[in-house]
Write a protein of this length. Sequence first.
Lengths: 452, 448
Amino acid sequence: MRSVPPWARVYVACVVVGALLCCVRLPDVYVSWDVVALLAALYAGGEGLRRRRPAGRDAVGHRVTGHRVAEGLGTFFPVLLAGAFLLPPPAAALLPLPGALLARVERRPRRLRRVWRTAQLAVGVWAASSAHGALGGPQAVVAHDFPYALLPAGAGVLAFCAALTVLDGGILATAERVPVRVAWRGLFLRSLAPVAVHGLAGLMMAVLWRSPYGPVAAFLVLLPMYVSCWVFAQYHRERAAHQATIRALVQAVDIKDGYTRGHSERVGQASVMIARELGMDDEQVEVLRFAGILHDVGKLGVPTRLLRKDGPLTPQERRIIELHPEYGHEMVRGIGFLGEARSAILHHHERLDGTGYPYGLAGSQIPEPARVVAVADAFDAMTSTRCYSRARPVATAVEELERCAGAQFDPRMVNALIRALDHHGWHPAVTADTPEGAGAGPVPKVGAETGG
Amino acid sequence: MSEYAGHLSYGTHGAYGVCGRRPGPARPVLLCVHGAAAVLACGSLGVTLWHGIDDRGTALAFGVLVAVGELARWSGEREAAPLGAAAALAYALLGESAGRAAQHGVAQTVAVVTAASLLGSVPHIALGHGRACDHLARRVLTVGFAALCFQPLHDDVPLAATRPGPYCAVLAMALLAVTVLCDAVLAAALARARTRWPFGPLLRDELRATRGIGSVVCASGAVMSLAVGVVGLWALPVFSLPLLLTQLSFRRYAAVRATYRQTIASLARATEIAGCTPAGHAHRVAALSRAVGRELGLTEPELTVLEYAALMHDIGQLSLLDPVPSGATASLDAEQQRRIALLGGAVVRQTGVDAEVAVVVERQADPYREQPVSARIVRVVNAYEEMTRDAGPGGPLAALEKLRLATARDYQPEVVESLARVLAHGGATDGYGPNARSEAGHGWVTHG
């Protein structure tokens, strides 16, 4: 845990003061306290339900996936937005209080995070309610004035989203020390679509609440939203499990091959860097990550004795080792989502001049993913320590790649890698390096025993 | 029904026709359900055509929504079109629209939903996806049921006359809950008729699924009908978007599960590639184990654990110094078998797959009285598969006989008998066991 910078504390204090200012006019407005109590309880209940999820798996998921699941976009934004559409701003700002103060916070410092989250949501709901009220939303909701009611609701959603984004960027800049330039980048657009959908559900709730059917009908709106979030959590769990499985698989390969740990994962990362630089879309990038990770999976089928042999290989032994791309392709043939990237596993040892294996393809006959992975593989092979060679510095590796571009590697991929290295540097983060990462236990046996 | 779903990923779902899975004796339940649905649909269409359509705007809006929901349906999941189902039920329960009493009767409801569902299914049928008949029959019958139940309530109890209140919401929800439960029974009965799997576990699986997507359909249907009653047709697009989000989450979850399954299947191939086991062994054991597990009445989650364990049961051999001759572990001595099992369990634990799977893999070589039921199945099926591999035409019978002789300690008699029944069923029709099992088997083999 890092210490919290003083500026972050000051910033949170400012937001808390802002949240208090939002509620200051509370005595001046007419508030139906039963609505406030019901909605606040509903929100708190939702947060409580969220808390009951198995924590262990989630935590693993976070560690494994490496990026935080958007926890904030929980089930119960519809409740907050419905409250913003039903109540005057100062009262609406009270809604997140119990829920956010009771919510489960995984990372320390817990108290500060809770206070921050509460204040942020209070300001957000206040902003949404103010924007909604300014356009005459409450009357439209009571009168079921459609489609006009969509306009204030849309304004409310925009205000909510904008408030959360602005505050989020601030905390990123102060607490996480993200450069101010990039702190706000993409935050708004990323959260707008889900918040808008939640806003529609909130509007539906508000309308039904004010209808003759009353709050009971409004609760029904939450059920699909809740199930949807539950399924979403399941999805993340399953995805994390899937990634852990793939990781364990390739660690077995790395160990068998006598590589330093994490070679496969680093090849995945370098492939991602190249793919991003080439401007591929997110889905292709993700597929290439897996293709890079799995590129050597066929080595599971090659006897460890050959992979680890000191000294020169006989031509026959070499032929056996050179079967590994085909073995790998055979293994991953059934994995549908890899799609075109499966060719990367089959062809990552092809050379541009046609002297590679297994098929001796040349130039543009080699599929694009394979050309990406070939460069990434060579780069990591040079920059990491092997049993037979010391790691070389990145600059030397780049020179070597440039020398081989044209004959062995596609110059386009080499240049993309060089550009990416210029922009982002080379900071391979590999989960296997962490002590609790998978791979410490029995998998070594796979290599050790077969190695004999 | 997710039995079919699971195996879609192996690329066989186009192999079956739109309706019946394969020629066979016509089953009375199937005939009854399809006949009733057809009569109801045709009758409603006839009556509606005769009388004309009331409330054309509302009918059109709901029809479009049902058709869109049907279009957005993904093949293979339990409730394949939650949006369409919710819209259809909402139309059945629609008492009023923007404050005016709705005019459409039961016949029109069924007619509109039938027409829209058919329209939305056209692309799916054209692409050869899925089995539209059962789905449509269930849709027509459930909507007819809901509309029939609601109509008298709506006409006699003065819901429309007096001011509507919260009890309407409760009533709508309760009615839809009953409808969805009936639908689950219907689905289980249809699945039973198609596959001859035991009814109990099928119903249990259907009901378990009802907790998730069924409650979504219920609540959404109720909300849609109430909201249209309050604000008119604008409620439909407003509420459809959140519902589409739900549908999207379900779909992504299904997709990631399918991917995970494929990855595990690939992992299972590692032993084959490494030359430890013959090609396709793990997949055949998985398919047959699943069949036996289904026959013994295991539930869907248990079947998943069983299948994963069966796929990875030989993974311990990767850790062996010398490969076992043609991977035939069943002929090794007990101590050796247990060692391989323990190594396999350790590897499985490492992969982050469910710990239950690791337990099954670890215990596969123990005497059956100490094993969990999944491990018993894997042990019997693995032994059977290894014995029949090169045994020629008389092999299966001889293998079953050998298994029966070893039921004192190694193999559970009930599991062996279940295997015999599965094989007998399958022998009468095709390959392994009834239907999806063979579907699974073929699916595996196409990649093998």
